[in-house]
Design a protein around this ligand. Structure first.
Ligand SMILES: *[C@@H]1O[C@H](CO)[C@@H](O)[C@H](O)[C@H]1NC(C)=O
Ligand SMILES: *[C@@H]1O[C@H](CO)[C@@H](O)[C@H](O)[C@H]1NC(C)=O
Ligand SMILES: *[C@@H]1O[C@H](CO)[C@@H](O)[C@H](O)[C@H]1NC(C)=O
Ligand SMILES: *[C@@H]1O[C@H](CO)[C@@H](O)[C@H](O)[C@H]1NC(C)=O
Ligand SMILES: *[C@@H]1O[C@H](CO)[C@@H](O)[C@H](O)[C@H]1NC(C)=O
Ligand SMILES: *[C@@H]1O[C@H](CO)[C@@H](O)[C@H](O)[C@H]1NC(C)=O
Ligand SMILES: *[C@@H]1O[C@H](CO)[C@@H](O)[C@H](O)[C@H]1NC(C)=O
Ligand SMILES: *[C@@H]1O[C@H](CO)[C@@H](O)[C@H](O)[C@H]1NC(C)=O
Length: 879
């Protein structure tokens, strides 16, 4: 159970250091070639047709709001000032409720009777679009059932650039297309339930350590060039915007030296102008660093509402935003847009009709408690109704956990095991934490089976189906379990047919907790199995001749110390399975299901196979510079360019059966007849508001209103209101260089949600018949499509890049299925920095682009060509 008082004190301590963060940073240590150019003003929302109706309604509602109502809905009411992790103010007079914002990307956090779904990385490993969508629909139903308006997910940034990065597991894998497709499907699924999805964290937030601004140092700066931003880091965000994401969370860290929560170029230009984002932008918790500057730079909602230090009653928005509007520093034009974006997202999801208010409290598990635990004197009431929202979601959770399991090695077809084989099971990772699966707050420990990483990206387990229970359930040959991470002497005499199953793990999480010396990132452990897992595997392999290694992990671990040992026959990566860890694994181990997961990252032989730019950046005086010098070359893109063979490549995953491809064909869907995309559509008119500064009366608390101490309200005193109004006449606010208040025309690359719609027209469709050539086992096959650019291209581009994937249903031995994969204009294009547009480095009808189809990034033996529209098989591959 969460002890609110302790959490509150800890939060004050943790955030006290952020005091005065807004004012004190210069960009002096950013490398000279990286600029944070100004871009003003924020484009008004409401210019795409798919949001017209919602904006029309929002315009009407916001027009009827007073100043204090508008500023009340654009920020939270303070930490612990409501049932959810974030709670906005409301406008009860016009019927606009408090909005409940709740973690996490894998399930409803800090409450009961919910499903703890498999993590993002696990979901990505399924490479199954239908399953990704089904998981999201189930999650959306749970958030709605608990009365959550805003789901704080999916996580698609970090992208997974830095293999030790602490939060990579919250996302879907180290590739922009995998993140983009999975993120968009997750938004679609969650929002189909009427819940607003929050795509996060925008952008370049690739390591945990030194992410926050505080009095000692600013958050690190991710220095990213324009092409890399477009082709890697912003790419999946474009897909999310295109999927209609209602909200977006900015990152804690900076880009090019300018904090993401107030980086006008990122929010105003890249996100809201070019990518056509119609929803609202919120800060991460305590990631807001200023009031006026942040609003002008495009931030629409401050979360959780407090200023630098929680629970002191200070805020950057709320009553300060009321002042800033009255004194003219924040134009009414901007405030109207902030409020309208929020209200439009609410209408867009249909939350104006029968949406349940929260029926749980993320502050306590008790039935009754304080309504506002952050207030010293809070009214109490019923806070938890224990609504069971699980329905049959365990089914999809288990399906994801099963279909994610990735078979890396299976020498001599040791797997699947026969139920009658006697098993010797080793490792504490095989059994649930003896103190209970939720014993560690925020899951900040690696004790027992690792089902999720730690931090805010978690949910409480309603139960935990652990591997050892499932193995005991399924095995008829007997299971001996050594619940230890060091090889027990009692285990030294195996019978000839005994099979050893060794469980090892590697954990990571968010920076506020340190686990076994790791500060969120795997800074202490590196990419090495925790708890001396390598030694355990080696010791077991010395004694047993048939060893299966099961890995629960947040990301790549180095396997070289044992992978080639002759007795290590099989290796399964079960990723982070959530609550359904046991039966899902048993299904695969005993062959009820053939493994069909694929690695959502590469496993290198040594960490030093990657460039040092991908290391976690250590302490430095001033702002830490995380310069993305490797550009487009992360994960397999880097390894392939440098001819470094990984141990297991991105996309790798074996099965208990074999598949072959036949009838491979490519066809033109929309011919690409010009190097540049067709001209963008122009913007629709956006709502027009009265822009005069409202009278001071709109800023004043109604008489007789009884306030809750420290709760954040948007009202100000009459004297403050009068002096703010007086200041408006002679406003001297020091606007940033490049500031303007006149709306700018859109960029060529924009035009709709996600960018110019011409970019998303399907250019080529590929079809492939997949046949299960095995005789014993059914299985699912994943086909991945990788693009190789023309050799004549003047753009330095990775050898191949994932562009689409598809998965078959279970194919019985001898049977086949046909898959279709698609490439759009954007998939074939590069971002041209000069032209600020996507262009083709040659017309594909006359210049050969090669689309490779295969079962992994290093298993590409079938190619289709855009110039001849022919496909060829049994080739040597692109490298
Ligand atoms: C970062 O700097 C590079 C190099 O000047 C520039 O091309 C890019 O647009 C900048 N990105 C942002 C988000 O300001
Ligand atoms: C602001 O929201 C609070 C509830 O969070 C509400 O009590 C108050 O009346 C709202 N203020 C206005 C101006 O509507
Ligand atoms: C809690 O959720 C249930 C189911 O969604 C809903 O029927 C109920 O009205 C909610 N409770 C409150 C207080 O709104
Ligand atoms: C207007 O009010 C805001 C919020 O208090 C303040 O930051 C800003 O400096 C004020 N502007 C002027 C011109 O006084
Ligand atoms: C789930 O809800 C029921 C009431 O429906 C309650 O008795 C139970 O304690 C809840 N489970 C947990 C884990 O809190
Ligand atoms: C597979 O096992 C055979 C013998 O069982 C052995 O010769 C071979 O080296 C093994 N291969 C790998 C990759 O471990
Ligand atoms: C035990 O395994 C059987 C299949 O052999 C399955 O039907 C049953 O649900 C499992 N029991 C539990 C508790 O999961
Ligand atoms: C798959 O094919 C390979 C090569 O043809 C063969 O060695 C292997 O035994 C086959 N595996 C299965 C499970 O059919």
């Amino acid at each position: 159970m969460v002890n609110t008082a302790c959490v509150a004190v800890a939060a004050v301590a943790a955030f006290a250091q952020t005091a005065a963060a807004g004012t004190m940073y210069k960009r002096d240590s950013v490398p000279a070639e990286f600029v944070a150019a100004p871009y003003y003003p924020t484009p008004h929302g409401g210019w795409t047709s798919d949001w017209s109706e919602a904006y029309t309604k929002a315009h009407a509602l916001v027009s009827s709001m007073t100043l204090a109502e508008k500023t009340n809905i654009t920020a939270g009411t303070g930490y612990f000032m409501g049932p959810c992790v974030g709670n906005t103010g409301s406008a009860p007079r016009v019927g606009f409720p408090n909005l409940c914002l709740q973690d996490s990307a894998l399930g409803v956090r800090s409450t009961d009777n919910v499903t703890a779904f498999p993590a993002g990385i696990t979901t990505g490993a399924t490479f199954d679009k239908d399953l990704i969508l089904a998981r999201a629909e189930a999650m959306g139903a749970e958030f709605r059932g608990k009365g959550v308006n805003i789901y704080l997910g999916p996580t698609i940034g970090p992208l997974g650039r830095q293999p030790r990065g602490g939060r990579n597991w919250e996302g879907f894998g180290a590739d922009p297309v995998l993140q983009g497709i999975a993120g968009a499907l997750t938004i679609q699924g969650v929002q189909s339930q009427g819940v607003i999805a929050t795509v996060k964290h925008f952008v370049g937030y690739e390591q945990e350590m030194y992410r926050l601004y505080n009095v000692f140092m600013p958050g690190y700066s991710s220095n990213i060039n324009d092409r890399t931003l477009h082709e890697l880091y912003a790419w999946p965000f474009a897909d999310s915007v295109r999927a209609g994401a209602g909200s977006l969370m900015s990152a804690y860290s900076a880009v090019n030296g300018s904090a993401c929560s107030q980086n006008s170029y990122l929010i105003n230009n890249v996100l809201k102008q070019e990518l056509g984002f119609q929803g609202f932008v919120m800060s991460d918790w305590y990631g807001q660093l200023s009031g006026v500057a942040a609003a002008l730079a495009g931030l629409d909602m401050g979360m959780p509402g407090d200023g630098e230090i929680p629970l002191l009653g200070t805020s950057y928005f709320m009553f300060e935003l009321t002042k800033a509007a009255l004194n003219g520093s924040v134009p009414m034009d901007r405030l109207n847009d902030m409020a309208t974006r929020i209200v439009a997202a609410w209408y867009q999801m249909g939350q104006d009709k029968d949406y349940p208010p929260p029926n749980f409290s993320s502050n306590t598990h008790d039935a009754t408690g304080l309504l506002y635990p952050g207030a010293l004197f809070s009214p109490s009431g019923v806070v938890n109704q224990y609504v069971n929202v699980q329905a049959d979601h365990a089914v999809v959770a288990r399906q994801v956990a099963t279909d994610a399991i990735t078979l890396l090695k299976n020498n001599g077809s040791l797997l699947p095991l026969s139920a009658s084989s006697p098993l010797a099971v080793f490792g504490t990772d095989a059994a649930v934490n003896p103190s209970g699966p939720n014993a560690c707050g925020d899951r900040a420990c690696n004790t027992g089976t690792l089902g999720m990483g730690w931090g805010s990206g978690i949910a409480d387990y309603p139960y935990f189906d652990d591997p050892i229970t499932a193995l005991r359930n399924r095995s008829t040959g007997g299971v001996t379990f050594y619940n230890t991470d060091s090889f027990p002497s009692s285990a030294s005499k195996p019978s000839a047919d005994q099979i050893a199953v060794v469980f090892i793990s590697s954990d990571s999480g968010e920076n506020q907790d340190t686990v076994e010396g790791n500060h969120g990132d795997r800074d202490a452990s590196g990419l090495v199995a925790w708890h001396n897992g390598d030694d355990l595997v080696k010791a077991v392999a010395k004694v047993y001749s048939n060893v299966v290694v099961v890995v629960h992990t947040v990301g790549p671990i180095i396997m070289e110390p044992w992978i080639d040992l002759p007795s290590v026959k099989s290796v399964l990566v079960a990723h982070l399975p959530g609550q359904e860890a046991g039966e899902s694994l048993a299904d695969v181990l005993f062959g009820a299901v053939s493994p069909s997961g694929h690695l959502p990252y590469s496993i290198p032989k040594e960490e030093t196979d990657y460039p040092s730019s991908l290391d976690i950046k250590g302490f430095a005086f001033g702002q830490i510079q995380n310069t993305f010098t490797e550009g487009l070359y992360i994960d397999y893109r880097y390894l392939q360019k440098n001819s470094i063979a990984p141990r297991y490549a991105f996309g790798h995953g074996l099965s208990y059966t074999n598949f072959t491809f036949s009838n491979v064909a490519i066809s033109v869907s929309n011919a690409l007849t010009s190097v540049l995309p067709a001209a963008r559509p122009s913007k629709l008119a956006t709502p027009a508001f009265d822009l005069t500064i409202p009278p001071v009366s709109e800023a004043l608390m109604p008489s007789g209103f009884s306030t809750i101490w420290r709760y954040l309200y948007s009202w100000i005193s009459e004297s403050d209101a009068n002096s703010a109004a007086k200041a408006a006449a002679s406003s001297t606010y020091p606007y940033p260089a490049g500031y303007t208040s006149s709306q700018q025309a859109g960029t060529d690359a924009g035009g709709a949600q996600g960018g110019n719609p011409a970019l998303f027209e399907v250019a080529y469709a590929l079809s492939v018949k997949v046949t299960n050539k095995g005789t014993k086992n059914g299985g699912k096959s994943v086909v991945q499509a990788y693009l190789q650019h023309p050799s004549s291209s003047p753009y330095d581009t990775p050898i191949v890049q994932l562009r689409d994937f598809a998965k078959t249903a279970t194919l019985a031995p001898g049977s086949s299925g046909t898959l279709t994969l698609q490439l759009t204009r954007r998939d074939l294009s590069v971002w041209d920095v000069e032209q600020q547009n996507w262009l083709l480095p040659g017309l594909p009808s006359s210049t050969r682009y090669t689309i490779w189809l295969g079962e992994a990034s290093d298993q590409l033996y079938t190619a289709c060509y855009t110039d001849t529209l022919k496909c060829q098989s049994v080739l040597a591959g692109p490298f």
